[in-house]
Design a protein around this ligand. Structure first.
Ligand SMILES: Cc1cc2nc3c(=O)[nH]c(=O)nc-3n(C[C@H](O)[C@H](O)[C@H](O)COP(=O)(O)OP(=O)(O)OC[C@H]3O[C@@H](n4cnc5c(N)ncnc54)[C@H](O)[C@@H]3O)c2cc1C
Length: 477
């Protein structure tokens, strides 16, 4: 316990790169706590009777418990608590948007407990290479399409229950969009480390095979899979729909970030503009900052700073790294003959709300200008690519595009085919759990049996329990 009561309200500082270091490399921004620092931070946790942190977590990670164990220096036990609900913990301890910290009661009194960083301490100082233990085989096969967080989580849930799972993935790497997260957040091996814990499962990866091109849904169902889970994410970018979008030098953020991590090398110009206001746009501009030292880097966004979807962490990081922001500018066209020479924009302000409730945009007369630039990065959003999939799936794609089955258990319009995904790694994992539970209930129902509750993932027969005081999930997929 911190000796000075006032120090309870101050976070144990998370070691990080200096500004000068961070803009020249893709090295991780945040460094580990020492064991002493982690214990000190763990001891700040009030161990609330009502664990708002757990309630705020889409996968009900028992953070209150691992905070306690880290505070006591019992790192092995802390790692076990983390891994009990969270098979992608190594990735999440560096990339999660930490909804737990937003819910932490210390937020009101000072700074929330550094819950995500305590997870990292548990993983780094505790025994985090435990293998998961499957139940007795059920001799039933389920196909998962998409090796992103939703697909991996569903595979974990199903394999734990004894199902045999085959994961089909279009790319040569696992992780989906999570594999495009820049290396200054996580160095790139975390997902492999996480999936290595699946070694004892009856789980097969079939890579570089695209549903709708290399195989069909009907083919899967006819070849003995009793159910199929589509965890397709929103793997393609949204275009602007303005003239000049096809010019050389216009780069989709999603493709650029994927190439930065998975190759080929990315070359950018000297005057770089990113259009967009979400985390992907921030990752793109901060990566551009590192890829093109000395270049000018500017974000153009059509609403005010307050309306940006980017997290405070990303926004303040970009500002610290010298990114310039231009707000309330609507893009008119990309200027140039064969290559980008500029971005034509017009100042806009918020007008009365539209029928959907969002404020309309009102153009400011005489405010047109051209921002000189040689590279335009499109970071305005992603969407699902459903090419080659049967329309009978009747998928809901929502505002952000994660294809989802319309039934409450995420079943699609085709019997035995489920679909879901999520807006962050941990939300996608929660969606994977929901679909896996739906698949299990569906298959068991067919055999006249009750669903199988999630077994103890370490095969020690300890029944799964929710933390005391837990009042029910509050997340939306
Ligand atoms: C640049 C970037 C940075 C991000 N940073 C963070 C972050 O820091 N923290 C955070 O929590 N979230 C972050 N996110 C969001 C997070 O990565 C996604 O919400 C999450 O990955 C969604 O998981 P998913 O499994 O639903 O879909 P995806 O991750 O998109 O996975 C879908 C998988 O399905 C495959 N697939 C699609 N169609 C087919 C097909 N027809 N056949 C075979 N395979 C197919 C795709 O190749 C992909 O591997 C970031 C996203 C991006 C793009």
């Amino acid at each position: 316990m911190p000796t000075d009561p006032a120090s309870r309200y101050e976070r144990t500082e998370i070691p990080s790169e200096t500004r000068e270091e961070r803009i020249t490399t893709f090295g991780e921004l945040l460094h580990s706590y020492t064991t002493d620092e982690a214990m000190l931070e763990g001891q700040r946790c009030l161990q609330c009777a009502m664990p708002y942190c757990v309630q705020g977590c889409p996968i009900t990670q028992d953070c209150r418990e691992y905070n306690l164990l880290v505070g006591l220096g019992r790192f092995d036990e802390a790692a076990k608590v983390v891994l009990r609900e969270n098979p992608l913990a190594m990735a999440l301890c560096k990339t999660c948007y930490h909804y737990c910290e937003q819910a932490c009661i210390m937020e009101e009194r000072g700074v929330p407990i550094a819950i995500r960083h305590l997870k990292r301490a548990a993983m780094e100082f505790g025994q985090s290479n435990r293998l998961y233990v499957p139940s007795q085989p059920l001799h039933q096969r389920v196909a998962v399409v998409g090796a992103g967080p939703a697909g991996l989580m569903a595979a974990w849930e199903l394999c734990l229950r004894g199902y045999a799972v085959t994961i089909y993935e279009e790319e040569a790497y696992i992780g989906g969009q999570a594999a495009t997260i820049p290396k200054y957040h996580m160095d790139g091996n975390e997902l492999e480390i996480d999936v290595a814990r699946f070694r004892n499962f009856d789980c097969t990866f079939v890579m570089e095979r695209r549903l709708g091109r290399d195989f069909t849904l009907r083919g899967l169902l006819d070849s003995g899979y009793r159910a199929v889970y589509l965890a397709l994410g929103n793997s393609t970018y949204r275009g602007l729909g303005v003239p000049g979008e096809g010019l050389a030098g216009v780069v989709p953020a999603l493709e650029m970030l994927r190439d930065v991590n998975e190759g080929p090398p990315v070359a950018l110009g000297k005057q770089i503009v990113v259009i967009g206001g979400g985390d992907v746009a921030m990752d793109a501009i901060r990566s551009a900052r590192r890829l093109a030292p000395g270049a000018s880097v500017t974000v153009v966004y059509y609403r005010t700073r307050e309306k940006m979807a980017a997290s405070d962490e990303e926004l303040s990081g970009a500002i610290e790294e010298g990114v310039r922001f231009r707000f309330e500018l609507a893009t008119l066209r990309v200027v140039g003959t064969s290559r980008v020479e500029g971005l034509a924009v017009r100042r806009v302000t918020s007008g009365p709300p539209s029928p959907s409730g969002r404020p309309t945009l009102v153009a400011v007369p005489g405010s047109d200008e051209t921002i000189p630039c040689d590279t335009v990065i499109l970071g305005i959003g992603e969407r699902a690519d459903l090419t080659g999939l049967p329309p009978e799936l009747d998928l809901f794609t929502g505002g952000r595009g994660w294809p989802q089955g319309k039934h409450p258990d995420t079943m699609t319009g085709i019997d035995g085919v489920f679909a879901s995904g999520g807006k962050s790694v941990v939300h996608a994992m929660a969606a994977g759990t929901r679909s896996a539970e739906g698949i299990d209930a569906y298959l068991r129902r067919k055999d006249g049996l009750p669903p199988i509750p999630r077994p103890d993932p370490f095969g020690e027969g300890i029944p799964p329990t929710l933390p005391s005081g837990y009042g029910g999930a509050t997340w939306e997929p």
